[in-house]
Design a protein around this ligand. Structure first.
Ligand SMILES: [Zn+2]
Length: 345
C-alpha cells in the first residue's frame, strides 16, 4: 500500500506542534525560506518585501506554492520591531539582509525603554500583521500561517548594542533582568497583534546563542521569562536559538513552548534524547554548507538523519542564505515523502 497523505498541511503542522499524531512529518519554516530567485519570480524583492504587507505576503506564499512546505512565514528578518522602536537601520539591497546598525544604539539603559506611540502602526510592523491577515484569508484553511515576535534578549542586542548589553549582564545582572522584563512587554504586544491578525503559531527567536552565552545564563536570565511567554501568548510558540545549544536544551524543554528550532551544530539524536518528548524539535538542515553549497543528495541525507532521529518538524536550521538554490529546498519535502513511503512499506 503506497503512503497516502490524509491531512492538510495546517493540520499536520498544528498536530506536530501539539504532540498529536501526523500522517507524515511536516516540513515547516519557523524562520525565512525566501530567496533571490523567489523574489524575482514574484517581483517582490528585499528590502521592499520586508516593508510592504502585500509584497511580504506574495513572497512568503512561495514557501507553500513553489517549495511545497506545510507552513507560510511572512516575517523574513529579525529587525521589524527594532526598526519600529527607532533603531538605525541598514536596509541593504535584494541580495542582502537588512540589519540594525549597532554602532549607534537607540537606548543606553533601563530608563530609556519605552514603546513609541503608534508602535503597532509603524510600517515595518504593519508589513507583518498586514501580510499575516492576507495570508490567513487566502491560505488559512489549508496551510499553517506562522508569525514571529522577537524575544527580549534579541531586542536588547538591537536597542543597546550586543557588546554593551553583554557587558551589562556581567556588571549588573539585576538591571539586566529589569531590562529583559520591560522588553518582554514588546514581545507580547507584537505577538498578540500577530495572533489577532491570524497567526496560527509564533516563532520566538531569542538569540542567547551558544557562541555568545552559556547554558547557565539561559537558566538564570531567560527560563522563567520564556515560561511566562507561554502563559501569555495563546498560540503554540517555537523558540529559536542558533548555535550549539545542547547545554541548555534540558532547560529549553522545561519552558512549556511547543517546539524548539535548533541548529545543525547539534546532533539530532542527541538533541531528541535530551528533550525526551517534553518539547517538539524543528530543524536542523545545515544552511551554509548543505543547502547553500551542496546538492540535493546531501540535503536528502540530512533530512533522513533527522527523520531517523524522530525530529518532529523538518526545516532549515535558521534563515537560509538568500542565494540558496531552489532544487535544494525542493528536495526537503521530496525526501520527507520518500522516507515516509519507505517506512510505511
Ligand atoms: Zn538563527
Amino acid at each position: 500500500m503506497p503512503f497516502q497523505e490524509t491531512m492538510t498541511p495546517r493540520e499536520r503542522v498544528m498536530n506536530a506542534l501539539s504532540g498529536k499524531p501526523v500522517d507524515r512529518t511536516p516540513v515547516s519554516n519557523p524562520t525565512n525560506v525566501a530567496t533571490v530567485e523567489l523574489m524575482d519570480m514574484m517581483d517582490a524583492p528585499f528590502p521592499e518585501a520586508c516593508r510592504d504587507p502585500e509584497l511580504a505576503a506574495r513572497l512568503a506564499a512561495t514557501g507553500y506554492t513553489e517549495l511545497g512546505f506545510d507552513s507560510i512565514m511572512p516575517y523574513f528578518t529579525i529587525i521589524q520591531e527594532s526598526s519600529a522602536l527607532g533603531c538605525e537601520m541598514q536596509w541593504e539591497e535584494k541580495d542582502n539582509w537588512p540589519t540594525v546598525r549597532m554602532s549607534n544604539p537607540v537606548w543606553k539603559g533601563l530608563d530609556d525603554i519605552r514603546v513609541p506611540t503608534g508602535f503597532l502602526n509603524h510600517r515595518d510592523n504593519v508589513a507583518i500583521t498586514g501580510s499575516l491577515r492576507m495570508l490567513k484569508q487566502e491560505f488559512g484553511d489549508e496551510v499553517a500561517i506562522i508569525g514571529k515576535t522577537m524575544g527580549p534578549w534579541t531586542l536588547a542586542y538591537h536597542v543597546f548594542g550586543v557588546e554593551h548589553f553583554l557587558l551589562m549582564t556581567v556588571d549588573d545582572p539585576d538591571a539586566t533582568m529589569l531590562c529583559l522584563h520591560k522588553l518582554k512587554e514588546i514581545s507580547v504586544l507584537f505577538g498578540e497583534a500577530q495572533i489577532e491578525a491570524g497567526a496560527d503559531a509564533l516563532t520566538f527567536p531569542d538569540h542567547a546563542t551558544g557562541d555568545l552565552v552559556s547554558g547557565e545564563y539561559y537558566e538564570r536570565f531567560l527560563l522563567e521569562l520564556h515560561q511566562e511567554m507561554v502563559e501569555r501568548l495563546k498560540v503554540p510558540l517555537i523558540l529559536h536559538i542558533c548555535g550549539n545549544t545542547l547545554d541548555r536544551m534540558d532547560y529549553i524543554a522545561r519552558t512549556g513552548m511547543a517546539a524548539f528550532h535548533f541548529d545543525s551544530k547539534n546532533d539530532p539524536q542527541q538533541a531528541m534524547d535530551i528533550v525526551d518528548g517534553r518539547i517538539a524539535l524543528v530543524g536542523n538542515i545545515n544552511n551554509p554548507e548543505t543547502l547553500y553549497a551542496r546538492g540535493p543528495e546531501e540535503v536528502r541525507q540530512e533530512v533522513y538523519r533527522c527523520l531517523d532521529a524522530g525530529v518532529n518538524l523538518i526545516a532549515p536550521e535558521c534563515a537560509i542564505p538568500l542565494a540558496t538554490k531552489l532544487e535544494n529546498l525542493l528536495e526537503i519535502p521530496k525526501a520527507v515523502r520518500d522516507w515516509t513511503h519507505e517506512h510505511a512499506a
